[in-house]
Design a protein around this ligand. Sequence first.
Ligand code: F6R
Length: 601
Amino acid sequence: MCGIFSYYGKKKNAPEIVIEGLKRLEYRGYDSWGIAYKQDSEIHVHKETGKISEFKVETADFKDSEVSIGEVKEKFTLSIGHSRWATHGRVNKTNSHPHFTEDKDIVLVHNGIFENYSEVKAYLKKKGHKFITETDTEVIAHLIEEHLKTHDFLEAVKMAIKEMEGRFAFVVISKNSNKMVAARKGSPLIIGVKGKEYFIASDIPAFLPHTNKIYYLDDNQLCSIENGEIEFFDMDSFDPIEKRIVEIELDIESAEKGEFPHFMIKEIMEQKDTLNRAINQNEDQILKVADAINKAYGTYVVGCGTAGKVGMVGEFLFSKIAKKHINFSFGSEFTSHKPFLTNKTLMIAISQSGETADTLEAIEAAKEKGVKIVSIVNVESSTMARMSDIVLPIKAGPEKAVASTKATTSQIAIMTLLAYACAGKLYEGKQLLINTASQINDMLNPRYEEHIMGIAKRIQDVESMYIIGRDVNYPIALESAIKLQEVSYIHAEGFAAGELKHGPIALISENTPVIALVSNDEYKKEILSNAMEVKSRGGYIIGVAPENEDVFDFWIRVPDTGNTSPLVNIIPVQILAYQLAVLRKNDPDKPRNLAKSVTVK
Ligand code: F6R
């Protein structure tokens, strides 16, 4: 949620470097964007609304701007940038970042929420500060400026941080200092380093074309760069910290679209490989977690959105495979479980980004009670991974499309492995998953896509559609609805198939599409009757199933894989959602109102 990219170094085209970096971070927020850089002891700012990917530096018109994106003639260039997902204040140029004080003494970009900003703003107003936006970020700039009256720049930043509540990350520069200061408390910030050049970004792929050497800025740490040298400090004690450069292996290609028109379809197709990577977990770690689950007095699985639906799938899988009860909670609802936590409880946190504020807060609440944390996470450098006792990395590679696809199936695969391991049958589970991955490999071909396109064309103009499933495919019905909603903007809802007759069936009218997830299991007969009830009321049944059934108007074949049916059932719906988005001329990678990682509560 919001992307930060900043550059400190000797390259003269720093603003361009920052714009290119922001383009690679656009999936984090795409309402508006802005950059700032220092030139002749002045800080110049340029802001735009809309998507930065559509902005071309070569043809850009800077007539109404105070900047010209050309060479910066400074010994070291300081440039900061931001792509925004609006939280405080509407989407317009004024509210977009960077934010600054009246004469641009202090200019900063910020991600996260400064929770007590209104009290601080009221205090600063009394001191004579004038504000031009409704944002919390502008207040940080003024707070630092206030402390500049009595401290130097770095000290002023440190003093300001002491007064800030909430989760945030920011990068700030000052007219009267050659320092660039960055701080991290709960929102990601990673520093790429190449000799005396530094790239500060919300995510690693943003600076991969420049370097794969990084410093991890941990939570509650800040850094200051001056004359090509970097120093790190603890945010509470302000003691200096020693850090090591880490070399990472991510390649640029995996973070690019390649021959695919969109990241979403690229990531759907990658599931052939990503599943195998997820299954190939360190067996000792899986057994260690399974042992911890078996010994725990209560296991909570926590996640949000799609990752939450994976947690729900886990509840069913554990009951089915390991005959074990685990509790699921959305991150945002977790506090109500707090009274039941002890130091014998276990939490499994599921997340692609590892930065989702609601899940992080649940982890914090659990840690306070001594709960042991296991995370199933894609971004291994994330806050969540670093807060966990054990990390099971899903190894899906960068997921850029806002709608989660490959991370979802990898997370489901790991939950399946854990359930089998808890039942003492890890090898059986692994074998089943390997077979499933190979069947998915066969499934993902152009003919399959074409077949699904037939149905996408048939339903592209409907107002509403529904998805039904039973048992472990009930959460998959919910997840299917999320996928369809977020990229097609069609009103889609998932139901436990048996629940239809208790109310929702009233929504069915002539030709309402209903996707029925029909697996070859003990619930098959019941769900087929539920589909028939829908059909009798005019509904149009799209069956996702291993076999064609009389009740289906349209059949999408999936392999019969037994306990891994959630994996094979979600994939055709991901493809359908993608195709509907394209047919309806929506951007599947950057759906409206959303952002990739949700770092606000
Ligand atoms: C939907 C989607 C979101 C995320 C949710 C949690 O396709 O991607 O619902 O699943 O915001 O994000 P992570 O997994 O990063 O914690």
